[in-house]
Structure formats: structure tokens, C-alpha cells
Design a protein around this ligand. Structure first.
Ligand SMILES: *Cc1c(COP(=O)(O)O)cnc(C)c1O
Length: 399
């Protein structure tokens, strides 16, 4: 691997890979909170994939579990059982959810499962419409695109999958007004990620739960980005004090190894009966081993405590260093999912931060998105804050 250059990689990419993405940087190695390019240059990673490598890159516990399982049993199909997937399901449930789990391979696939669950349950009483939120993001498959509340993702892929409508997020009256006798479920991210790091209001989420109880609707949470410890609790809904009837997980579940899942609350665990839903790779032994090691490490390394400590530190410091700049409209989010809201495009600020060797993301158009790995230290946070402080000054001078 020594002689692989960024130049060669970029040439191969443009010649052979479909141009659906436009990446600029090439990385060759990751370790903890750091990424390295092909020349060995080091970057502090405040993106963690997109909230995927939450334990940092190549965490030794996860690497070991993947290597050992790869040498033991990779896959047997779901016509048989492997010894790992049921242990992973038990582990997930042990974090506090009264229900059962289905394994898939990605976030979109997990959300497809939620949609099928709600339709299967709703159709039994003649209802099949799902209400989702404006500015939401649920994935790139046709049904999850139809559920997604930003039409730009759907453009050109018409006709849309039927059976979805969208209402304003954090507006209980808008939701009330949209419910019809055909409504069977409400789907939302408790904290919207791609839409711009927009947290659900705690009181609103409680009212949504009550409304769903009252109208006999299934409440579905998409926790693909905000789950897996990022809010300071393993499941995002736990930090909002609201229990959904089913919720999806993916991104960080395998710390970078592809795996998705959805959990279904009792008494809805028999809705998807034998033969109604399946996935060839879902819960394969190798993916399950990676996810099990990820969850065990979250516990053994007290990762959730660290999220809460670093969250407090980052929010208070970010508020302080952004205060002098009127172009910063807000610092919002929860846990280690943080958005710095600007009055203009956030892309130039993200670009400036590359120069200070800090990897960040944007969300919506105007939000700089910070998703550090959950094992981030105070010193690493300080490093990022210094970079942000310098970049903000430079950004202000450019404006
Ligand atoms: C990333 C994301 C998805 C899609 O996950 P994939 O693994 O890319 O299919 C769905 N919902 C949310 C909230 C996401 O952030």
C-alpha cells in the first residue's frame, strides 16, 4: 500500500466510479480520532464518517472481533441461526427497550423495515398513510425518499412512492391537522441531522407520543444518525424521555462495519410474522460480531459519560467563541451532535477548517455540523476549538 498516491486514487475514481459523490480528500488510514492522508498528514476527525465511527477509527476491540469472527464463521443465511446475532439483539435490548430486533444492512433498509411494519399493522385496520416531517432525511431507496421531507432528493426519480405526507417539525398543531382516518403512523428523527441539526422539542415529542396513543397511531423514530450513544444515552429517544413503538439504527451500530437494525416494541413484535420480511445479509455473524463488540466497548469504556462531559464542554466553549460574530445565528444540537448555524453557506467555513487539519461536515445549507467520535478527549476538543476560533476570524475577514 506504500506507493498509493492521492493523485492515482483520484484518477481511478474519476475513471471508474460513478460520479454520484464529489469527494476531494483521500484518506489512507484512521486511528482513534485521527485520519491520515496518503502522505501521512494527520487530521482531527470531527465527522466520524457521518456519525459512523463513533468509537474512533479502527477501535482495537472492534478490529479484534471482526478478525476473530472472519476466521470462524462469516455467514450462514437466515434459514439457519448463527451464535452471534441473538446475543447482539439481547445486548441492544439490555440498554432499555421492551421489544425485539430485526437486522438489516443500512439505515435506508432499516427505515424501509419501519415503513413495512407500519403498513402491515395499519392495513389490518384499513389504514396505510404515514405522516413524516419537513426537512427530514430517511434514506435513498424509493420508499425512504418518499418519506424524506426535502424534495430535492426526489427530483428526477418520479413517480414518488405513495402513502406519505409531510408536516412542519416541532409543530403539534400541524401534525394534529394532518391526521386522517387513513393515517397509521408518524415517522420522525428525534433530532434532524441532514436537515440542519434540529432537535425535537422535548415537550413536542411528548405531545406526539400522547397524540399517537390517543389516535392509535404507530410512532416511528429514525435514530440512524442521532442514536448509538451520540445523545449521551444509547438510544436517542432515551435522552428525550419518549418511547417510540419502533425505531431504526444503523450508521454507528458496527463502528463502520455495515449493519442496520430496527427494534419493535411489545406488543407490536408479532406484526411482521414469518415470511413477511427478510434480508440475506441481515444479522450475518460477521456484522453482528462487530456490532456486539461496539456495544460492549460503549459500556466498558464508559463512553456515554464521556459524551455528556464533552458535550457540555463543547457547547459552552462554542457559544463563547462564536459570540463575537453576528453571522453565527445559533449553536444547537444535543450530546455530540452539534450545529453551528450561519447566516450564509457553511461550505466556505468547512473549507477553511481543512486548512487547520480539522474534518467537519455541513448540514442543510447554512449549518456547520460537528460529529466527533464519542471517545474524543478534552485536549482533542480544545484543539478543534482553537481551529474553529481561528477559522471564524478568517471567515469574518473574508465576508
Ligand atoms: C444516514 C441516514 C439514513 C440513511 O442511512 P444509509 O445507511 O445511508 O442508508 C437514514 N436516516 C438518517 C437520519 C440518516 O442520517
Amino acid at each position: 500500500m506504500k506507493n498509493i498516491t492521492a493523485e492515482d486514487t483520484k484518477n481511478l475514481f474519476s475513471q471508474y466510479v460513478l460520479p454520484t459523490y464529489a469527494p476531494k480528500l483521500v484518506f489512507a488510514k484512521g486511528e482513534g480520532a485521527y485520519l491520515y492522508d496518503t502522505t501521512g498528514k494527520k487530521y482531527l476527525d470531527f465527522a466520524a464518517g457521518i456519525s459512523v465511527c463513533n468509537l474512533g477509527h479502527c477501535h482495537p476491540n472492534v478490529t479484534k472481533a471482526i478478525c476473530e469472527q472472519a476466521a470462524t464463521l462469516v455467514h450462514v443465511s437466515n434459514i439457519y441461526m448463527n451464535t452471534v446475532a441473538p446475543r447482539l439483539a439481547e445486548k441492544l435490548i439490555s440498554f432499555g427497550f421492551d421489544g425485539k430486533v430485526f437486522f438489516a444492512n443500512s439505515g435506508a433498509e432499516a427505515n424501509e423495515g419501519l415503513i413495512k411494519l407500519a403498513r402491515k399493522w395499519g392495513n389490518a385496520t384499513g389504514r396505510n398513510e404515514i405522516i413524516a416531517m419537513e426537512d427530514s432525511f430517511h434514506g435513498r431507496t424509493l420508499a425512504t425518499l418518499a418519506a424524506t421531507g426535502r424534495s430535492k432528493y426526489r427530483k428526477g426519480f418520479e413517480p414518488d412512492v405513495e402513502g406519505f405526507k409531510h408536516v412542519k417539525f416541532n409543530d403539534i398543531n400541524a401534525l394534529k391537522a394532518a391526521i386522517t382516518p387513513n393515517t397509521c403512523a408518524v415517522l420522525m428523527e428525534p433530532l434532524q441531522g441532514e436537515g440542519g441539526i434540529i432537535p425535537g422539542d422535548k415537550e413536542y415529542l411528548k405531545q406526539v407520543r400522547e397524540l399517537c396513543n390517543e389516535k392509535n397511531l404507530m410512532l416511528l423514530f429514525d435514530e440512524v444518525q442521532c442514536g448509538m450513544g451520540r445523545m449521551g444515552t444509547l438510544f436517542a429517544h432515551q435522552s428525550f424521555g419518549v418511547v417510540p413503538d419502533a425505531f431504526s439504527m444503523a450508521k454507528a451500530l458496527g463502528n463502520g462495519f455495515p449493519i442496520g437494525a430496527f427494534a419493535v416494541r411489545t406488543p407490536f413484535t408479532d406484526v411482521l410474522a414469518p415470511g413477511t420480511h427478510a434480508s440475506t445479509f441481515g444479522g450475518t455473524a460477521l456484522a453482528s460480531a462487530a456490532a456486539l463488540a461496539t456495544l460492549e466497548t460503549i459500556e466498558s469504556e464508559h463512553v456515554l459519560d464521556n459524551v455528556n462531559k464533552m458535550s457540555e464542554f463543547l457547547f459552552s466553549e462554542l457559544k463563547r467563541i462564536t459570540k463575537p460574530y453576528s453571522f453565527v445565528k445559533d449553536v444547537r444540537g444535543k450530546g455530540l451532535m452539534i450545529g453551528i448555524v450561519l447566516d450564509s453557506s457553511a461550505a466556505p467555513l468547512q473549507e477553511l477548517l481543512f486548512k487547520y487539519d480539522l474534518i467537519t461536515l455541513t448540514a442543510g445549507e447554512t449549518v456547520l455540523r460537528l460529529l466527533p467520535p464519542l471517545i474524543i478527549t478534552r485536549e482533542q476538543c480544545q484543539c478543534a476549538l482553537n481551529a474553529i476560533e481561528q477559522a471564524l476570524a478568517e471567515f469574518a475577514a473574508q465576508k
